[in-house]
Every structure is written in C-alpha cells, then in structure tokens.
Design a protein. Structure first.
Length: 550
C-alpha cells in the first residue's frame, strides 16, 4: 500500500489589533482559540477559549468547529461539519481572519532558485504594441485582443475576475498551463494566484524561477524561453526542466509604471514553437488584464468605502443615541455636555445619571486611540457605568468595578481615563474619583483651580486602587470636565490651546449657566484653531450651581 504524501501547511493570522503572524502546522492536531495553551492562541473577545481545530487526516487537512458560540466560517460559509481545507481558503473567527496555505498546493507559484538565465525573446513592455509588418499572425493577435477586450467589458467581482482572465487565456492561446499572479508587498512572492491546465489530470507544481521573476519586475519586459531541450543556457534551469516544459512566456502586470504581478503561459514538449508575435500577444493580454484588474480594484474600493461610510454614519447615529440627548433636570443646578468627534465616531464618553434620592452621577471618559475600536469600547463603558451606578456606590467604588470589568476585555494596547462625580444637590457636596483623567477645573469666587487628586488610569494595572475626593460647589460655582482634545487643540502655528488659556476663558463666566459656559468654551477653542479639523475627540461637561434668587 502506497503511503499518502506528507503535506505540510501554514496558517497566517490577520488580527485587527496586531500585525499578521504565520504559524507552521507542525503536528496532526492544531487547536485555535482564546486560551493561551492553544497551538494558535488568538486575542479576540469573540473567540471561545477553544474555538476550532485543524486535523491532518490521511494526508489531508480538515477544519472542525468545537461548538463555538460565534461560529467558524470557511470562505464565508459557517462550518457545521468537518471541512477539508484547500490552499487559499479563508477562515473567519470573530474579528480574526486566517489564511490556510498548503506547501504542496498545485495552484500557486513556488519560487525556485536557479542559475542566471538569458531569455530567448525579450521585449520591453512599452514596445509591446510594435512589431513587424502586418501579417497573418498579427491579424490573429488583433482578433484575440479584440475578443478579449469585449469579454472583459462586463464587471465581475475581483475574486472571480482572476479565474475568468486565465480561462480566456486558455481559450484563446491554447497553452498547457496559464496563470496570473499578483505580487506580495515585498515583490518576491505571490499574494494571489489563479492557475488553469489543459490536462485536468495534470498535478505538477507550477514553479517559477527567482531569476525570471526578478527580471520581469526590474526590467519590465515580456520574456520567452523557447526549446529548452536544445538550449544549453536554459538546460541548467532546474525549475523549468523538472516541469518538462518546452516553451514559457511571461509578461508583467503593471499599474502606473510599477510591476505588481505577471501573466504566465507554458507549452509542454513540442506542442508549440514560440515566436516574437506570441510574446507580443501575451504582453498585450497582460496590459488588458492589468487595466481591468486595477479598474475593478478601484471600483471595489470605492464601493467598500461607500459601504464603510454608510456603516460609520449608522454607527455615529447609534453612538449619539448612547450619549444623553439632554441632561436631567436638577433643581438649583444647570448641566451641559458636548461631544465633537474628530472622526465619524468617538472614543469619548460622558453621561448624567440621576438617582431616585435626587443625587446625581456624572462622568467623562476617554478611550485611548480614535475611530471604531475606541467607539466600541466607549459603548461598553456606557453600559457598565449605567449598571454599576444603580447600586449607589461611591465614585471610587464605581471606578473600581469598571476597572475590574474592563480589564477583561480591553486590548493590551488600550486604556481608559475617567472622572466620576456624585453631587448632593441640597448641600453642593461633590464626591469624585479621577482615574488618570485630565484634572477638571473648579470655577469659584476665588478663581479657577484644578482638582488635585488623581489615581491610575483604567486597564494596565491589575491591582489598581481608587480613592474618593470631595469639595463643595457654592452659588455661581461650576465644575468643568473635559478631554485633552480641548486643551491640545492647535492654532495655525501649532500652538496648543492649553489649560492656562482655558482658565482665562473661564474666569469671567462665574455665575453663568452650564450651557453658557460650555458654549463659550467650545467657541473659544474653535476660534483659536481657526475652525481646523480636530486632531482628537473633544468632549466637555459642565455642572454649575445656580445663584439663589435674592
């Protein structure tokens, strides 16, 4: 009995919170999940501790979901039973995507080192449309190109277009094999490859020499290697000899003068003797393919951007709904809150919660970073804050609970600064806890002062401890909370607005309402920055005590 070939493979993990990582599948059982003892551990909150497995069974790699809560998807289809993996398959788990690649795939290019080669025919790509006088072969070339141009008019998804182009090359040129490949960023390997064969039983690996690839990328030429069996120079090229090929043509795929891939055709044995006209037609097909692929990429990118913009607009509307539409009424006080995101969505948060006994919680928080990730974390903070405040904890107790909860879900690169206050309206007493946030400013008859106490920010330190401070708001006094997007706003010369200028703006606003103070501050910052786009989210909260009627 013949033993099955030992197939090795690798997984590339694409995570939204880090750089891609490669993992060789070195054993017959590979576990994937959130647990640190998995063979491929992935930090993704939507993964189960042991989410899925990849088995090598009788020489084949098989994907198995382990009853995960959020499912495992193979090429966008949920895995309900064991699925055999093929090179190029994409596996999605939560926010993470995995690319499976078999080292023995017959549908990809494998770069093979070889001696220096000299092509039999080499035509610079800019000269590819030239040639000799009009001949029968030239007319054939024009007919093929015209037919292909017509066939390429119809729009297709990018993942279908590669296969369509290669199939049309097979149809029109009748090679033994045809392939189209896009280069990876380093220009030394292929990121995307489509291969077709005239013989369906042909399972030979499609290889291409480093020399050939380098020549095409650097010299931007369509190249041909012809009749290698009688060409002494080419007889040394093991990557060609081992495949039993008689003739090879490669042409670059170019965008804006840069080679980003190639079109490859070959003919086994004495199937075809290549001419310069054959090289020109492959080169021109490569130019047509390049234009179509780039136009499709731009179209897909524009469509993706429109979809993303629409999703961001929806996310922005949802996020605005999470922030208070207006502060709750508190007798003897006025409240105000402003949130201006520097992008469509914000990582800043503020809120007011009035207790049944009349006491008022207020909070301002800033998630590190910007954009969607920060906004998602902000939504979780809002939910947790509203739940924990129901038990009427002190500000320090509330922050402590938030710290323990958020540490389990915060990525290692993220942290949260937060200021929580609790107001006793009858006395004006404000208890507060500051977890690494910008110190708020207390506007009183004595002027403007920072609240001094500050504890560690939320997230990095496991055993962080938080403490309460307190002060009393007198009549006409106000407490101004803000994120660093306010004080770090810059003018045309790159000078920051700063805390001192904020204090100067506040001094004449004693006895004013919270809304008036917030409006004046926002206008001062926008005027200072000359209405430039914000570099960071800007959030402002004001709690002001009214002046009693005389």
């Amino acid at each position: 009995m013949t033993a099955k070939p030992h197939r090795t493979a690798e997984i590339t993990v694409f995570s939204p919170i880090g750089s891609p990582t490669n993992h060789k599948l070195a054993s017959d059982l590979v576990t994937i999940g959130r647990a640190s003892d998995c063979a491929i551990p992935i930090k993704d909150r939507y993964l189960s501790r042991r989410h899925a497995e990849i088995h090598r069974i009788e020489g084949k790699w098989v994907l198995r979901d382990l009853g995960s809560a959020n499912g495992t998807y193979l090429n966008s289809v949920r895995v309900e039973a064991d699925q055999e993996l093929r090179s190029g398959d994409r596996i999605r788990m939560g926010d993470t995507e995995l690319l499976f690649q078999s080292e023995h795939s017959t549908d990809r290019f494998v770069a093979v080192a070889d001696p220096r080669l000299t092509p039999t025919i080499a035509i610079p790509i800019q000269d590819i449309e030239g040639g000799q006088q009009l001949s029968g072969k030239s007319l054939d070339r024009f007919r093929v190109l015209n037919a292909l141009a017509v066939e390429l008019i119809e729009d297709r998804p990018m993942d279908e277009l590669f296969g369509f182009i290669v199939e049309k090359v097979m149809e029109h040129l009748k090679p033994s094999r045809a392939a189209i490949g896009l280069l990876a960023d380093d220009g030394k390997a292929f990121a995307t490859v489509e291969v077709r064969r005239s013989n369906k039983n042909d399972t030979a690996e499609l290889t291409i020499s480093h020399t050939l690839l380098t020549t095409i990328v650097q010299e931007k030429k369509a190249l041909a290697f012809v009749d290698i069996s009688v060409d002494e120079r080419l007889s040394q090229a093991q990557s060609i000899i081992m495949q039993g090929i008689n003739s090879v043509v490669c042409a670059p795929l170019m965008v804006a003068g840069v080679v980003n891939g190639l079109l490859y055709v070959d003919y086994y044995f004495a199937q075809k003797a290549l001419s310069e006209e054959d090289v020109r037609i492959v080169g021109q097909i490569a130019r047509l393919a390049s234009v179509k692929l780039e136009n499709t990429r731009l179209r897909d990118s524009a469509l993706q951007k429109r979809l993303m913009d629409e999703e961001l607009r929806t996310a922005s509307a949802i996020q605005k709904g999470l922030l208070p539409s207006e502060p709750p009424p508190v007798a003897g006080y006025s409240l105000a809150g402003i949130n201006n995101p520097c992008r469509t969505v914000s990582g800043d948060y503020y809120d007011f919660i009035r207790r049944p006994d009349g006491r008022l919680y207020f909070v301002i928080a800033d998630v590190s970073g910007k954009g969607v990730t920060a906004a998602l974390l902000m939504a979780g903070i809002q939910t947790a804050f509203r739940i924990f405040s129901k038990s009427d904890p002190t500000p320090a107790e509330l922050v402590q609970q938030l710290h323990f909860t958020l540490r389990e879900t915060l990525p290692k690169s993220k942290f949260v600064t937060m200021f929580v206050g609790r107001l006793e309206p009858s006395s004006g007493l404000v208890e507060y806890c500051n977890a690494g946030h910008v110190p708020p400013l207390w506007l009183s008859t004595s002027g403007v002062a920072e609240l001094p106490e500050s504890d560690i920010l939320i997230g990095p330190i496991a055993k962080a401890q938080y403490h309460d401070g307190s002060f009393s708001l007198g009549e006409g006094d106000a407490l101004v909370l803000f994120t660093d997007g306010l004080t770090e706003s810059e003018d045309d010369d790159g000078i920051e607005f700063g805390v001192s200028k904020l204090g100067e703006t506040l001094v004449p606003l004693h006895h004013e309402s919270a809304t008036e103070i917030a409006t004046q501050l926002e206008n001062a910052v926008l005027e200072f920055s000359n209405l430039q786009a914000l570099a960071d989210d800007l959030t402002l909260v004001v709690v002001a005590r009214d002046v009693a009627a005389g």
